[in-house]
Ligand binder design. Structure first.
Ligand code: AHM
Ligand code: MG
Length: 335
């Protein structure tokens, strides 16, 4: 990395004027996420060294074991956003219900709510595989001056103001959009600053990688099964390469750079798929669309799905535009 690169902090300030409702609030919010990401990154990097890995003994709302680092990341993001007094509410994949922030904001003047998956792919931590943080930012729809309500969080993905992810990988990166393209920043651990390393990220329109948990193959809808077989056929640029890390952020990140499709379809064991609309699918869908990619449940654009509950799950197909379109065609024909 050369010394001339722009830092994330500089980038946020320089682009502040482009925000639709520019007041500095969104910039402060992005800066807080940047700070929390650094703190969590430090802890994730130590995971192999200290006795922090392993189940914390709690079970989250989804009925899954929480890892200690999940708890840590959840606490850090919530603490950072709460203490800086810049959001009016937070919903986290690790919390049963949303948190209304009013300790320092008695007048409830803050405008933004944040939805966050603090440590996605946490089953990968104890085998030293990349994990990530996913965040999604909306303006509240209820008037300021009152506490936030559930409906402030149950907004369609198309109403997102910003979304992004942190990938704690071979390098740690923050990738985000405020609706004006997608930019990626890599952490220089020696200095502790993120630098613009991937400006204007875009999915190639076509790709040659598919990412899906093929262990669930027998459970998939016929259209998905036929598409997977299509990926494996020898013709033209096929067979495609199968790449599945089992960490949405990492699979998405690779597909955006190299061209590919990620699928988590429904099945009899997961009748609505596995991934959560508000914490995982909508933010990734916003990034994908801003990067010239596409995202749907096979039929409906992800960001057009009307949310009905905080921890709602939806089938999720996301990636290079032509690959997603092709799978949608298979699903329309075969179901
Ligand atoms: P998590 O939020 O409990 O970590 O689950 C989400 C993760 C995604 O990152 C990943 O793509 C998917 O679950 C993998 O699921 P599976 O192991 O069923 O293939
Ligand atoms: Mg998750």
């Amino acid at each position: 990395m050369t010394g001339k690169k722009q830092t994330l902090g500089e980038f946020i300030i320089e682009h502040q004027h482009a925000f639709k409702y520019s007041s500095g609030e969104l910039s402060s919010l992005l800066n807080s996420i940047r700070l929390a990401a650094k703190v969590v990154n430090h802890e994730v990097n130590k995971a192999g060294l200290v006795d922090i890995i392993g189940a914390a003994g709690d079970t989250n709302i989804q009925g899954e074991d929480q890892q200690k680092l999940d708890v840590y990341a959840n606490d850090k993001f919530i603490q950072t956003l709460t203490r800086r007094n810049i959001v009016c509410g937070i919903a986290s994949e690790e919390e049963d219900s949303f948190i209304s922030i009013n300790s320092n904001d008695e007048n409830h003047q803050n405008k933004y709510v944040v939805l966050i998956d603090p440590l996605d792919g946490s089953s990968n931590i104890d085998v030293n595989v990349s994990v990530g943080t996913i965040f999604s930012i909306y303006r509240r729809i209820t008037p300021t001056g009152t506490p936030v309500e559930l409906k402030d969080f149950l907004q369609k993905g198309s109403a997102q103001v910003a979304a992004g992810y942190v990938v704690y990988g071979t390098s740690t990166m923050i990738v985000y959009t405020t609706g004006d393209g997608v930019n990626g920043f890599t952490l220089n651990p020696a200095i502790g600053s993120f630098y613009l390393s991937h400006p204007n990220m875009e999915f190639p329109e076509d790709g040659t990688m598919y990412s899906v948990n093929e262990g669930n193959y027998l459970d998939f809808p016929l259209g998905v099964k036929k598409y997977i077989k299509y990926c494996q056929e020898e013709e033209g640029n096929r067979p495609y390469t199968s790449r599945y890390i089992g960490s949405l952020v990492s699979d998405f990140h690779r597909n955006m750079i190299k061209g590919g499709i990620y699928m988590y379809p429904k099945g009899s064991r997961n009748p609505n798929g596995k991934l959560r609309l508000l914490y995982e699918c909508n933010p990734m869908a916003f990034i994908a669309e801003q990067a010239n990619g596409k995202s749907s449940d096979g039929y409906t654009r992800t960001m057009d799905v009307e949310p009905t509950e905080l921890h709602q799950r939806v089938p999720f197909i996301c990636g290079s535009k032509n690959m997603v379109k092709q799978l949608e065609e298979f699903m329309q024909i075969h179901g």
